[in-house]
Design a protein around this ligand. Structure first.
Ligand SMILES: COc1ccc(Nc2ncnc(-c3cccnc3Nc3cc(NC(=O)c4cccc(C(F)(F)F)c4)ccc3C)n2)cc1
Length: 302
């Protein structure tokens, strides 16, 4: 019988995006298409728009997963879906615009890492976002400073540019496997849990620990090795620690050790880490507003 056109919830059809949005500067060119800063003609608010050229309806299925995840997610520390539009063979995914950009870009611009107070604030909010994802069955799979954005007020937003949180088909897994493995947990590399999906919630916790080291040292451990070499290094070595551990509190070092247990079953869960002394009684996001002001080379008068 006639192939029934699948209707996709959250996606508007037949609406010309340019009738509602002005396209501004390019923010990045993702694996699947370009990303632009856009401004709503009526509301005047900004969004980030990923525009994906679709060859056929099948490809819509593949990208629809991302929209379905974003639509179901409702958390203060995760980017929100603003709109999904399919128009003239292009899929537009619009999410809230994060003024400050990604933490890896900020560290590259400043040429230094974050201080302990800033890392506590980023860790608390990222962990709350990660705990929420896990509670609704979403595994991120690509946690790193490049996927943590800052809003103008210094608050943290978890994103996934690499669209690996949706990675449920094999070829993408292969490319992720050979991709940038610096943040990859040992069991994912050794596929020890061969019978089940090597990515589990605990793999996200390992990547979160590596991300904390990245926030201190600008790069993840072993970034001097090429991707092939680092796979074996991670699988064989003891968990990494901070190079200058003594410059940071005992609480931070103990928190890090809990994230970087090699055995997944021994590794801490998000809920346990959220109870850890290192993440209690944190102040407001002013230290992250100061980081943004520094990156914009502005004086923060507050
Ligand atoms: C270079 O300077 C800047 C300055 C500001 C920004 N701000 C910004 N704000 C919001 N998004 C973006 C962005 C940049 C490049 C690529 N994608 C971006 N956002 C985006 C993310 C997504 N998808 C997700 O974030 C996502 C997908 C699946 C799962 C998840 C999660 F697991 F985190 F919930 C998140 C879809 C569409 C877009 C446009 N960029 C970026 C660079």
């Amino acid at each position: 019988q006639r192939q029934k056109k699948r209707t996709f919830e959250h996606i508007k059809r037949g609406l010309d995006p340019y009738s509602e949005w002005d396209q501004l500067e390019k923010l990045g060119d993702g694996a699947f298409g370009d990303v632009f800063k856009v401004r709503n003609k009526v509301r005047r608010d900004y969004a980030a728009a990923k525009v994906i050229e679709l060859g056929n309806e099948e490809e819509m299925e593949e990208h629809y997963n991302e929209i379905a995840i974003l639509a179901k997610i409702n958390h203060p520390s995760i980017v929100k879906l603003v709109d999904g539009i399919f128009y003239e063979k292009k899929l537009w995914i619009l999410i809230e615009y994060c003024e400050g950009g990604a933490l890896d870009d900020i560290m590259e611009k400043l040429d230094h890492g974050l201080n302990e107070e800033q890392i506590q604030l980023v860790s608390r909010q990222t962990l709350e976002a990660l705990n929420y994802c896990h509670s609704i069955g979403v595994i991120h799979r690509d946690l790193k400073a490049g996927n943590i954005l800052l809003m103008k007020d210094g608050s943290v937003k978890l994103t996934d540019f690499g669209v690996s949180a949706l990675n449920d088909n094999v070829e993408q897994m292969r490319e992720t496997f050979i991709g940038t493995p610096y943040w990859m947990a040992p069991e994912v590399i050794m596929c020890e849990t061969r019978n089940t999906d090597p990515y589990t919630y605990s793999a996200d916790v390992w990547s979160f620990g590596i991300t904390i080291i990245e926030l201190v040292e600008i790069e993840p451990p072993n970034n001097d090795l090429n991707p092939q070499r680092v796979l074996m290094k991670i699988a064989r070595s003891n968990p990494p620690t901070l190079q200058d551990a003594k410059s940071f509190s005992a609480a931070m070092n103990s928190f890090l050790a809990l994230c970087l247990k090699k055995a997944p079953l021994e590794r801490a869960k998000c809920v346990d880490l959220l109870q850890h002394s290192w993440l209690q009684d944190l102040g407001n996001n002013k230290p992250l507003r100061q980081l943004l002001a520094e990156a914009r080379a502005e004086v923060l008068t507050e």
